[in-house]
Ligand binder design. Sequence first.
Ligand SMILES: [Zn+2]
Length: 253
Amino acid sequence: MQQLLSPHEPHPLEAHNSAGTSDFVVICEHAGRLIPGALGDLGLDASELTRHIAWDIGAREIAMALADRLDAPLFMQRYSRLVCDCNRRPDVDSFMPVISESTEIPGNMNVSADARAARVTEIFNPFHDHVSAELDKRRAADRRTLLVTIHSFTPVYKGVERPWEIGVLYNRDKTLSPAMLELLRAKTDHVVGDNQPYAVGDETDYAIPVHGEARGLPCVEIEIRNDLTTGDAQAEYWSALLADMLTRAAKGL
Ligand SMILES: [Zn+2]
């Protein structure tokens, strides 16, 4: 097996507030934009590596502030979604995209099966195995768990503007997600997307279907438009709003 990460490179998982006592568990799969040294810059200009195609801008700061407010454990992933998208199953094409939005990713073209497998075994698996183990522990201890994933999205995708400021994304969950949608619409003036800019699906997501739905946990994916996610004030604003809405939604379940 080919080695991808060298010993000095960080583990893909960044855990925050692991001992948190909340019923909520927060996941942020697109928190980071590191690229293993062995992959260089994936053949991309530096300007591409700070765009939304590389990571979810502002999501890490919002997720950290939210976890602090809820006293929830938070699991973040450090490597760029261009290396491997930890919110995809490894068997789908977009796990290791050859094109993202309209940008070709040279470092993802003609990748050998071994090199692809190394991205799964050294980044995807260690991240998700840790999350699974933590959720197993909670289940064994009979702890209630509600799963929240935090993402951000670009205001313009392939030339099309997106009006939503925040989106509530879901698929099989019939409890937490509808409650969050209703609360955000009733209690805020935001333009709230109902499964917009995308819906949760088995091909286009991983954490919600696998860690949430398959375990029968109430779960919701939150997407915030990334022109509203940068800076401390924004992290404070969204984390306060989401902590309030999630706490209210959980009470009603
Ligand atoms: Zn994302």
